[in-house]
Design a protein around this ligand. Structure first.
Ligand code: ADP
Length: 491
């Protein structure tokens, strides 16, 4: 992609505008990726920096934020809006990873990350990102945008290239983390980014149906596009998974590749995790059970080291298959811990709360966002559930495996790419399996997969131990995938 073939990876300057970054602000897996991919790129010698909005919920003191520019004027529809720019340096093992934060109370003063006017708020952010670059004197080789929130940047960049040579050589990359959130909005909000439907061909075409779709704009205008697992890259070319975007995906099919996400293996590490009761490794796996006992106690479940504990940590969204968790499943011989929150309606929250009320000795439903508790569930559970309807990549299953917690997943997207199914026919211990996969999205298939896992757990402890070891030995670090970004997408 980069026209100057002589640019070496190690010299690449990359800017990642995004709506979330861990640990500063996290709603889902997007934050984990934006928090860890730049670190991996910097380890490979790049200068990768992140930029996000400064939301009211970000803890200035905890993250030692420093204001580096005040009262920068951002042009919005021929008027100026003033912003401040903050910086935070997250130390990593290899380098410092700078994170910039754009402060503008009008759009981002709220403690909530996503609520109303998302498209307009993030269009302002996208436009501001480009406008501040000459001011902070950072001229990236690549702007790597993530999901619909920053999907208009490639288009904005095209318009800027015509006006200012500063932007001339900057290329854009767009990563689709989840095709179902598209940022559809009224045409009139384009003025927030100093655009009209006539500013770009892609906008005038898009506007014909009466609205603008940010996701579509990102796919069309970016120089390179990827999604977050090879299977999801294939799935989104089919009507079931394309969320109505079949046409644009098909037209751009050759441009869209799948690169599996990684996880921050320094953070998700059972040997160093400060949030868990008992640290452990493959060699000391016997100690893992102390985390189960601590979790059972903490959540008011009967303490029993022998009963299988099933964990589930998720945004409570339609995508995640919560409706497959029914009485039939709960009546299995195990306990369940659910951790999640729902944005919008309360249907899934209520479903899980109801189960917890009905089965107080078997089910704990924790309706909140809590990173510490999440770590304790990853470490304390025996089995991790991801019965997703679709899953672009999924990080939960990879994190669970790091903690020797065996996943049960539906065969879709990144779940299919990261788990090797266990076949009951295996009779020796030389197997590579790491979990249990079911295909059909229904209650019976999930129930069967759980019964299969429980059979191994209770009746074949040696096989179970081997499954745990296989999981823990898997390399889900960013090492391979960060190189793929460098080799296939940035060059
Ligand atoms: P998605 O990006 O669709 O939300 P992923 O599996 O890719 O799903 O990533 C979810 C991330 O968010 C994981 O790190 C998971 O542990 C975390 N997470 C989800 N819900 C919660 C919660 N309620 N509390 C703490 N962490 C959560």
């Amino acid at each position: 992609m980069n026209s100057d073939k002589n640019i070496k990876h190690k010299q690449l300057k990359i800017l990642m505008p995004a709506s979330e970054v861990a640990p500063l602000v996290k709603v889902g897996g997007l934050a984990d990726v934006v928090g860890s991919l730049p670190k991996a790129l910097n380890k490979l010698g790049c200068d990768a920096r992140v930029i996000i909005p400064k939301y009211g919920c970000i803890d200035e003191k905890k993250y030692k934020l420093k204001k580096i520019f005040s009262n920068i004027k951002i042009c919005v529809n021929k008027k100026n809006v003033k912003i401040n720019l903050w910086q935070c340096n997250l130390p990593t093992q290899h380098a410092v990873s700078p994170i910039y934060l754009i402060e503008c109370n009008k759009y981002f003063g709220s403690k909530k990350v996503y609520f109303k006017n998302n498209a307009e708020r993030f269009l302002f952010f996208s436009s501001a990102v480009l406008q501040i670059l000459p001011i902070i004197k950072f001229q990236p080789d690549i702007i790597h945008c993530h999901d619909f929130h920053t999907a208009l940047i490639p288009g904005l960049l095209k318009t800027q290239k015509k006006l200012n040579t500063f932007y001339k050589n900057i290329k854009s990359v767009f990563t689709i983390h989840n095709l179902n959130y598209q940022g559809k909005s009224e045409i009139k909000i384009l003025s927030t980014g100093n655009l009209t439907e006539h500013s770009l061909k892609s906008l005038s075409q898009d506007a014909k149906d009466g609205d603008i779709n940010f996701m579509v704009q990102g796919i069309i205008n970016a120089d390179a596009v990827n999604t977050v697992s090879p299977t999801y890259a294939k799935e989104i070319t089919t009507p079931i998974y394309s969320a109505g975007l079949d046409k644009v995906i098909k037209q751009n099919k050759n441009k869209i590749i799948g690169i599996l996400n990684g996880i921050d293996i320094d953070f998700f590490n059972s040997t160093t995790d400060k949030f868990i009761k008992q640290k452990y490794s493959i060699e000391t796996l016997n100690k893992k059970v102390l985390n189960k006992l601590a979790l059972q106690k903490q959540l008011g479940l009967p303490q029993d080291k022998n009963i299988a504990l099933v964990g589930f940590i998720s945004r409570l969204a339609w995508q995640k298959g919560v409706e497959l968790i029914t009485d039939k499943l709960i009546n299995s011989k195990c306990q369940f811990v659910f951790l999640g929150t729902q944005i919008g309606g309360k249907q899934y929250e209520n479903q899980l709360k109801k189960l917890a009320k009905k089965y107080p000795d078997k089910v704990s439903a924790q309706i909140k966002f809590n990173t510490k508790l999440a770590q304790q569930i990853y470490a304390g559970s025996d089995i991790f559930l991801m019965p997703s309807r679709f899953e672009p990549c999924g990080l939960g299953q990879m994190i669970a495996m790091r903690y020797g917690t065996v996943p049960i997943v539906r065969k879709t997207g990144g779940l299919a790419d990261t788990i090797i199914n266990y076949q009951l026919s295996i009779i020796n211990y030389q197997f590579k399996s790491t979990g249990f996969i079911f295909k059909k999205f229904d209650e019976i298939s999930l129930h069967k997969a759980l019964q299969k896992a429980l059979k191994i757990y209770y009746q074949h402890p040696k096989i179970w131990r081997q499954l745990q070891i296989n999981c823990m030995k898997k390399d889900f670090s960013w090492n391979k995938s960060a190189k793929k970004y460098l080799d296939f997408l940035y060059c």
